[in-house]
Each structure stands twice: as structure tokens, then as C-alpha cells.
Design a binder for this molecule. Structure first.
Ligand code: FAD
Length: 325
């Protein structure tokens, strides 16, 4: 996973204040123990993959009250890797709000996709070590944890000052679950737009939850994008970044405002599509609030590639992203 610090803090308006967070209170060589409270599928009907919302009681540990959405924590699977050494920790994003699932910071949650693949060598079934370990755990089981990790992908200290555009693919939705709950709980009146990309409707994570929030809060807008089937409204398959074009009338006021933050989280590569769509649809003045583009690159948007990020394409402090392979 890469968390990108804004590369041009001088642009895009006044400094944005983020909360101080505590990191590495427990290191992987000295983990604490949490207890699984619940584990529920968060995909729809017959999805091809399995993604679970897993809640873990961390009361009495250093993680209690110290994990914000946008941060992650480490999970230590028991046993050894092929090299005979204990499995390395894997990081999982916090999906719970700042106050935890329980309102007291004692129960944290994450969104875990079972990694299932074929072995490179003999095409037998390969189960990712930690994701399957976590997804197999039952309520009451203990799990070794480290963290917190990460301090750059956070909501601002004063959430009321900003509008929010969230772009998620896959388990990249995890931080936005916690963030949306935090924002709505704080009574933020500004606009919160959540765009969630998935191959099929059955893969949309927390879908009923988002529909429910959108129904209850006029300022919360939820727009899925399906890449391998038609949209609910009959539109052709599209990626999450294409929603910038289809929803432009609705989101342009927010994008053009000087107090909007864009967050991107999910599969590495998705950020490039968002950049290209922003460049296509925003005026040069609007674009530079989020992305500083080398003038030469501006003439060749369709051929942008990921290697250009931080070189010819520099996200400003108003565009935060965390992407992983
Ligand atoms: P591993 O056993 O580590 O396998 C990993 C990869 O290696 C797979 O692609 C697998 O195909 C390949 N591989 C390894 N050995 C073989 C082999 N012999 N044959 C074939 N293929 C092989 N994940 C989530 O689900 N939810 C989250 O919220 C989340 N948040 C994250 C936050 C951060 C900051 C980071 C860095 C990662 C996050 N991840 C998240 C990813 C997570 O940390 C793990 O990488 C993921 O769950 C896979 O771990 P695993 O132990 O199950 O798989």
C-alpha cells in the first residue's frame, strides 16, 4: 500500500489541519490480543469473492480509542512462512468510526477480502495466509494485533470546513465507512459524495448501508460504478473514475469550491483514472486545486501512466490517496 503525501503543499489554498494520531503503540514483535466480536459477509447475494466485515474487541489494549478511519492495524497470523520464520504482519484498514463500533473505541472493525489464487508453481489452490486466517476466525477467537499504522490519510481536524469526494474500489471502501460515519455523526452539513467501483453489483461492499445513509442524509450521496455489467439505470459498464463525467452536473459545484477534498482508496492504478477524468472535465484553475500537471503532459491525457505520478502529475494537499496492489 502506498499512502501519498501531497507533493505540493504550497498550492490549493490554506493549510489543512489534520488530527494528531498515535502510531506503533504495539509493534509486531510485541503484539496485543484482541477478541473477534463478529464476522459478517459484506458482499451481496452470490458474489464471486468473499469479503467480511470483522469486528474485534481491543478493550484494555493500547489500540483502544487510538484507531481512526484512514489508519490501519497489523494482524499476526499464527505459524511460520515457507522460510521457517513467523508470518509477517499484514495491514488492514480501519472500517470503524473514531468511536469504534461500540461508540466507546473498544471495538474496531475492518473489511477483509479473502485472497484466493492459484499457486504459481503447480496451479494448486493458494490461500492468502492472513486474509483467510482472519476470515476463518469465529466470535470469541483471539487475534494478535499491532499498530496503529498510518497518519496521512485522515479526515481534517475540523470536518465541517470541507466537502468530500470519496473514490473507492474493493476493500478501499473500508476507511470511507468509518469516515462517513464520523462525518454524519458530527453533523457535517457539507456535501459527501461516495463513489464505489466494483465489477458486478454483487461485489458492492456495504451497499444496503450506503443506500440507507443516502436516504437518511440529504448531504450524503452514493453512486456505484460497475465495470463488468450495466448500471442499475441501464448505462454501459464503467469504472469508478468515469462517474466524474456522468455525475459532473451534480459534483461540479463541490469540485469548483475552494473547500473540497478528494480521497482515493483501493486498488493501485485507480488514481490515474481519477486524475485523467479530473483533467478532462475541470478548468485549469479548478484542476490545480487537486493536481498540478506538467504543461506538456496536459496535451496528452489519454497516455498518462502511473510513473508520472509525483513527477509530471503532482497531487496537491486537497487530494489524498492510499492505494495497494
Ligand atoms: P499472502 O499470503 O500474503 O499472499 C499475497 C500475494 O502473494 C497474493 O497476491 C498471492 O497471490 C501471492 N502469492 C504468494 N505466494 C504465492 C504462491 N506460492 N503462489 C501464488 N501466489 C502467491 N486487505 C484487505 O482485505 N482489507 C483491508 O482493509 C486492507 N487494508 C490494507 C491496508 C494497508 C495499509 C496495506 C498495505 C494493505 C492492506 N490490505 C488490505 C492488504 C493486506 O494487508 C494483505 O496484503 C492481503 O490481505 C493479502 O494477505 P494474505 O496474507 O491473505 O496473502
Amino acid at each position: 500500500m502506498t499512502t501519498h503525501a501531497p507533493t505540493d503543499p504550497g498550492h490549493a489554498g490554506p493549510e489543512i489541519e489534520f488530527p494528531e494520531v498515535r502510531v506503533n503503540l504495539r509493534m509486531p514483535n510485541n503484539p496485543c490480543t484482541g477478541k473477534v466480536v463478529s464476522s459478517e459477509l459484506c458482499t451481496q447475494r452470490k458474489a464471486a469473492g468473499f469479503v467480511r466485515h470483522i469486528a474485534i474487541d481491543v478493550s484494555g489494549t493500547e489500540l483502544e480509542g487510538n484507531l481512526l478511519p484512514g489508519q490501519s492495524f497489523g494482524v499476526l497470523a499464527p505459524g511460520n512462512a515457507d522460510n521457517g520464520k513467523p508470518h509477517k504482519p499484514r495491514l488492514f484498514s480501519v472500517a470503524s468510526p473514531s468511536k469504534g463500533e461500540d461508540g466507546q473505541g473498544r471495538v474496531i472493525a475492518t473489511t477483509v477480502k479473502r485472497l484466493v489464487d492459484e499457486h504459481w508453481t503447480d496451479h494448486t489452490l493458494y490461500h492468502g495466509v492472513c486474509s483467510n486466517y482472519l476470515c476463518n476466525l469465529q466470535p470469541g477467537d483471539e487475534v494478535r494485533l499491532s499498530g496503529p499504522n498510518g497518519k496521512r490519510f485522515l479526515l481534517p481536524k475540523d470536518p465541517h470546513k470541507y466537502n468530500y469526494l470519496f473514490f473507492a474500489t474493493g476493500t478501499g471502501i473500508a476507511p470511507f465507512r468509518g469516515m462517513a460515519l464520523d462525518l454524519l455523526d458530527a453533523g457535517v452539513a457539507s456535501h459527501i459524495h461516495l463513489f464505489m467501483g466494483a465489477p458486478y453489483a454483487s461485489d458492492l461492499l456495504y451497499h444496503p448501508h450506503w443506500l440507507d445513509l443516502a436516504q437518511k442524509h440529504d448531504n450524503f450521496h452514493y453512486t456505484p460504478a460497475l465495470s463488468r455489467e450495466r448500471q442499475a439505470d441501464g448505462r454501459d459498464p464503467m469504472y469508478v473514475h468515469n462517474r466524474i463525467g456522468t455525475e459532473l452536473d451534480r459534483i461540479l459545484p463541490a469540485l469548483a469550491a475552494d473547500n473540497t477534498l478528494i480521497y482515493i482508496c483501493g486498488v493501485a492504478g485507480m488514481e490515474l483514472g481519477v486524475f485523467q477524468e479530473l483533467a478532462k472535465h475541470l478548468s485549469p484553475t479548478q484542476l490545480k486545486n487537486y493536481l498540478l500537471v506538467d504543461p506538456e503532459a496536459m496535451g496528452d491525457i489519454p497516455n498518462w501512466n502511473r510513473r508520472m505520478i509525483h513527477q509530471q502529475l503532482k497531487p496537491t494537499k486537497r487530494l489524498l490517496m492510499e492505494v495497494y496492489a
